[in-house]
Design a protein around this ligand. Structure first.
Ligand code: DAH
Length: 340
């Protein structure tokens, strides 16, 4: 029996030594120290021993059990340690590695300037409206006092989508929709894209942007128009900015004016940006033509109004001193990221 114990001890220690994972280790524990294990089996036979032998073998058996338990515990510790070590290695983070840069977006310069315009007009009590880009001939021309045979149609090269359907050439079309649906007092702006069959160059694009403005109420005069636009110019370009009205013609306003601001680059002395003029044209405007009011069911004897159409692209290029309008449409990141 003594030899049997020695044998079990040697075998078990050997097996424990070579054991590489926790599952196998537990199997060994069951095999040697479990209720039905090899060591237990021997202890169960102790009854057959003589009374002299019993304590000697008993002591030996205890020794073997203690040795195995100690070896088992030691092996368990070692495995735990190496599991931790390999996990640490697998999941190691190199905190010195360069991180993935998250590129932050920014607003397009047109959006920045439009947001500013919206703020300015909103603070003057204007509502912000939207209108369709595909318009009928009626809203884009007829109702704006431009009949089919009117020579003013030649002022704008129109994309026709059908006999009576166009890509709007001007946000002025929105004026009619507003006056059809609202009763005075009316105070709105309508920003949006407009289209003209123009050749692309540094100052022309077949798609560009306008912000239409319309005010209709009792006793609205050209002075109100000037005050409103002067306030706008001061807020967008700075309080030193001057504006001037030049007589002009639009079929849907009478009188009509073109509005210039003192050059933002030279302050009015004359430079490359303003082509020596000292002034930059930014919009067309005027007093809403009585024919237009009447057609929308507003009595021109009672009400009057002013309207204006601001070129958003022009406003943006002058504000940021951008020399080529194409930059606004090309989506070149080197250009766009400068406006963050
Ligand atoms: N629609 C004109 C254009 O595209 C600009 C304009 C002029 C708008 C006078 C107006 C206005 O509302 O009253 O050239």
């Amino acid at each position: 029996m003594r030899e049997q114990l020695e044998q079990i001890k040697a075998q078990a220690l050997d097996a424990l030594e070579g054991c590489g994972d926790a599952k196998a280790l537990d199997a060994l524990r069951v095999r040697y120290l479990g209720k039905k294990g090899e060591l237990t089996a021997i202890l169960k036979q102790m009854g057959k021993l003589s009374p002299e032998e019993r304590p000697v073998i008993g002591q030996k058996a205890n020794e073997v059990r203690e040795a195995l338990e100690a070896a088992l515990a030691a092996r368990q510790e070692a495995l735990k340690g190496s599991a931790l070590a390999s996990r640490l290695q697998e999941e190691a983070l190199d905190v010195t590695m360069p991180g993935k840069t998250v590129t932050e977006g920014g607003l397009h310069p047109l959006s920045i300037v439009l947001d500013d315009m919206i703020d300015i007009f909103q603070s003057m009590g204007f509502d912000i409206l939207d209108g369709p880009e595909v318009e009928t001939d009626y809203y884009c021309f007829e109702a704006l006092n431009v009949p089919k045979d009117h020579p003013a149609r030649d002022m704008q090269d129109t994309f026709y989508l059908g006999e009576n359907l166009v890509l709007r050439t001007q946000t002025s079309a929105a004026q009619i929709r507003v006056m059809e649906n609202r009763k005075p007092p009316i105070r709105i702006i309508c920003p949006g894209r407009v289209y003209r069959a123009d050749e692309v160059d540094a100052t022309h694009s077949p798609v560009f942007h306008q912000v239409e403005g319309l005010v209709v109420d009792k006793n609205i005069t050209l002075c109100d128009l000037k005050g409103c636009l002067e306030q706008f110019a001061h807020e967008i370009y700075g309080p030193e900015t001057k504006i001037r009205f030049r007589p002009s013609f639009f079929p849907f306003t009478e009188p009509s004016v073109e509005v210039d601001v003192s050059c933002t680059a030279c302050g009015g002395k004359g430079c490359r940006v303003c082509k020596g003029a000292g002034w930059i044209e930014i919009l067309g405007a005027g007093m809403v033509h009585p024919n237009v009011l009447r057609l929308c069911g507003i009595d021109p004897e009672v009400y009057s109004g002013f309207a204006f159409g601001i070129g958003l692209d022009r406003l943006t290029t002058t504000r940021y001193k951008i020399s080529d309008i194409r930059l606004l449409f090309e989506n070149d990141m080197r250009f766009l990221t400068q406006f963050k």
